[in-house]
Write a protein that binds this ligand. Sequence first.
Ligand SMILES: [Zn+2]
Length: 340
Amino acid sequence: MAEADPFAPAAAAGIHRLRIPTPFAVGRVNVYLVEDEPLTLIDSGPNSGTSLDQLERQLAELGHRIEDLELILVSHQHIDHIGLVDILARRSGANVAAIDRLVPFVEGYRDAATADDEFAAELMLRHGISPDVVQALRTVSQAARAWGARADVTRVLRDGEEIELRDRTLRVAFRPGHSPTDTVFHDAERRVLFAADHLLAEISSNPLLTRPLDGGERPRALIDYLHSLSLTREMDVDLVLPGHGDPITNHRDLIDRRFALHRRRADKIHALIMERSRSAHELAQALWGDIAVSQAYLTLSEVIGHTDILVSEGRVREVEENGVVRYEAVPERETTEGTA
Ligand SMILES: [Zn+2]
């Protein structure tokens, strides 16, 4: 007997996955069409002619045109998800809905992306990445800028709010971590969750270090992410529809595997710091060897996510010297005194 198609209940509920190409290592991005009133699209794909052609063709196969779209929901700030929103909204007149914190980013995309690059450059220098690598990454990032685009948000969503469609209700839930604006949409009646990049089956969602959108302290991306995962773990859902790759049918097992992965990685990083104090970049090299320039920020984010955990647990502390941060172990005795 053939294995049941995990996507079948979604298809029966008028949900279709459009697989839109991107120029990024992650491969295609999932855009979901929800056949309801209003006719709804969740995310859009990157801003490129190829992606737009693909979207148009895949919509046509389902009997729809771009001009028919009435509502576009935006899951988070990454360009493979927001890039085509403006073009689609202009052609269709669809409403564009995004959670409150995401609005300034989407509406002020160019300035937001520039500010992100500045934040990233400063952070990389502070954590031991050499200036020439930082400069190279800036160039890469500027070249990628055009895959995103600004868009007007016509409906501002709040955490916990419900979006009423004719045949279903989608509850908005804020789940920061992978980015500071991750939003998931929950159809409680059908036990379906549109999770975008908050939870992916094949790869652990990088909690990228990101500029604080409110101008305050840098978000502790991984700590926020693990908290968000614990909230999602509590949700009663049968099917999670992610932003990349295949649907997820057992989200609790997957989340438990993610928790275990991050615990192991934090302990491994702690052991490296126990050997001797190191910068985040040196830790990344110790873990993954010579790191490709294109991966420098990702791996740095991954390491600092875990040192944030170790700092919060009082096992490690930051020491700054000549503008570069090193992590050093807090002796056990001090930790126990600290918690006594
Ligand atoms: Zn993303």
